[in-house]
Design a protein around this ligand. Structure first.
Ligand code: GDG
Length: 514
């Protein structure tokens, strides 16, 4: 059986119980075959570290080898905060206004991907299967191929893939999308994401669809399909039976015995639609006075990417909104909003979800949103709460029986929350039963198996037979000219970059459908 090699920005010890869905899914797969999990160590070296940047640390966790690489400050800043979270994350979530298109950042992003490729290559065996995760690592396969890597490589994008008009706002879009063709299989969260990819390939990249999810462009064939990620339902339900979860449930039920609890659990990210959610809640209290002293919103906003301005801004905006709502509607013995800027222990989350009459999952844009699925899995089937879900979350493609809302429409969302609070028991049960069925059928284990069996079915023979040195000479993966000025990654030279390859990329960086 082939060994699985998982590559992601961060690496988690699969044996640790606190790990989230991705860690569970990957840990599961890696434990079966034995495997390698490779990525950034989480350490930024400052020149005085014990190991130099680029050093590979290896630890063994049962049958799984964890191999991680430290990054130096400049590389980390441009790769992680700069390009991944300052350009790709906002653009892929439709927030062009928040993207920083400083040209130097793309070079750092590429440099780190090259470094990771160089460090990974010597660790690979001939029949390994590689699974690369998320937007931090789009060019990794291209860099690996340029070094001679012939193994099957799959890529899963956890965030949405935007339509071509938005993608084309990224100055390096042609390079990024071309890099994707070095993968054998790309998995996206939704059918809509796949449609966006198809349009990009046909309208921007001069490529074509070959049927059955296959695409051809830049002389390469690859497969792109939707694989909606799920949660570890069994693990989550086991957590729900645990002491911490039960305690949380009892405490909340007692504390809010006379009230109706609404719940939001999100990373404090601008994509999650938190200010709009707060405004919808204020609208509910304004329009429906019977909800005052009754409906209480608990909003968990767990800290994330705090060094970035956009994240400091969203925090300030949220704090000010919560203060205003509590000031306007609160009473001595009732606060309408309880906002907590902390990360809750994972084992208390199912109990909190179960105690809430309404789960508010209203992102402005989201790849999938696992909280929606966790909320469903946590409910008491005999007396379930109601899921209010944004139509712009990937989960909306599967969870039809949730009450779908447009989170930008504050009045409309408030009306739907009111509907949720008044939904009769038989309707709540009916909706929940169908939702739970879907969450269980397409759980994280289903997702992992579906992706890996599709990857094994790809036909990489032509890729294996291909002379990649020619690709390299032709500038495979060579980005826009401005990136040539950057220093090479840690003792490595950038491959030569012929002028015609650059001309090709420049000619493609045109928005054709607007
Ligand atoms: C990306 C994509 C896609 C949240 N607060 C706390 C906490 N959480 C947990 C939730 C859930 C996870 O974090 C969040 O998952 P989401 O899917 O909602 O969102 P992202 O973090 O943005 O994830 C997303 C996902 O990747 C998977 O592909 O669905 O679209 O953006 O599990 O429960 N966990 C703890 N304390 C908290 O305060 N312990």
């Amino acid at each position: 059986m082939s060994r699985l090699v998982v590559i992601s920005n961060r690496v988690a010890d699969p044996a640790k119980a606190a790990a989230g869905g991705l860690a569970v899914a990957m840990g599961d797969a890696l434990r079966q075959t034995g495997g390698l999990w490779f990525g950034w160590s989480g350490t930024v070296t400052d020149g005085h570290a014990a190991a130099p940047a680029g050093h590979v640390h290896r630890t063994q966790a049962g049958k799984v080898t964890l191999a991680t690489v430290d990054l130096d400050r400049a590389d980390h800043d441009s790769y992680y905060a700069g390009y991944s979270n300052g350009v790709l994350w906002p653009v892929f979530h439709g927030r062009l206004d928040l993207a920083n298109f400083d040209t130097g950042l793309a070079a750092g992003y590429r440099r780190v991907n090259q470094l990771l490729a160089r460090r990974l290559l010597p660790l690979l065996a001939e029949d390994d299967i590689l699974w690369v995760h998320d937007y931090h690592l789009i060019p990794l396969a291209a860099e690996l191929r340029a070094l001679g890597c012939r193994q099957r490589i799959g890529f899963f994008l956890h965030i949405p893939l935007p339509p071509p008009t938005l993608l084309a706002a990224i100055p390096e879009h042609a390079w990024l999308m071309r890099c994707l063709f070095a993968y054998d299989l790309m998995g996206l969260q939704t059918r809509q994401d796949v449609q966006h990819f198809e349009r990009y390939v046909c309208e921007e990249a001069g490529g074509q669809t070959l049927g059955d999810g296959a695409f051809r462009a830049h002389g390469q064939r690859m497969v792109c399909r939707d694989f909606p990620i799920g949660i570890d339902v069994d693990g989550f339900m086991a957590l729900a039976q645990g002491g911490a979860s039960r305690d949380m449930y009892e405490r909340m039920k007692h504390e809010y015995a006379q009230r109706r609890l609404l719940l939001g659990i999100d990373r404090l990210d601008y994509s999650k639609g938190l200010p709009q959610r707060l405004r919808a809640f204020r609208e509910l209290l304004a329009r429906h006075p019977e909800q005052r002293r009754r409906a209480t919103l608990i909003q968990i906003g767990s800290p994330t990417r705090e060094g970035l301005d956009a994240y400091a801004d969203i925090r300030r905006e949220l704090e000010s909104l919560c203060g205003a709502i509590n000031g306007d509607y609160g009473e001595l013995d009732w606060m309408p909003v309880r906002y907590i800027h902390q990360t809750l222990p994972r084992d208390s989350i199912p109990g909190l979800c179960r105690a809430a009459a309404v789960g508010l999952v209203t992102p402005l844009r989201d790849g999938m949103n696992l909280v929606a699925k966790e909320y469903v899995a946590a409910q008491d089937p005999a007396d379930p709460g109601v899921l209010v879900l944004s139509r712009f979350a990937g989960a909306a493609e599967q969870l039809h029986e949730a009450l779908l809302v447009n989170p930008y429409d504050v009045h409309g969302t408030a009306a739907v929350v009111q509907q949720a609070l008044h939904m009769p028991l038989h309707e709540r049960r009916q909706r929940h039963q169908r939702l739970l069925q879907r969450v269980c059928e397409q759980d994280v284990h289903w997702w992992r198996k579906a992706f890996l069996s599709a990857l094994k079915e790809t036909r990489p023979q032509e890729r294996r037979d291909r002379d990649w040195s020619k690709e390299r000479e032709a500038g495979f993966g060579i980005p826009v000219p401005s990136m040539r000025q950057e220093r090479p990654p840690l003792g490595l030279e950038l491959p030569a970059c012929p002028a015609d390859a650059l001309a090709l990329d420049a000619s493609r960086s045109v928005v054709s459908d607007r």
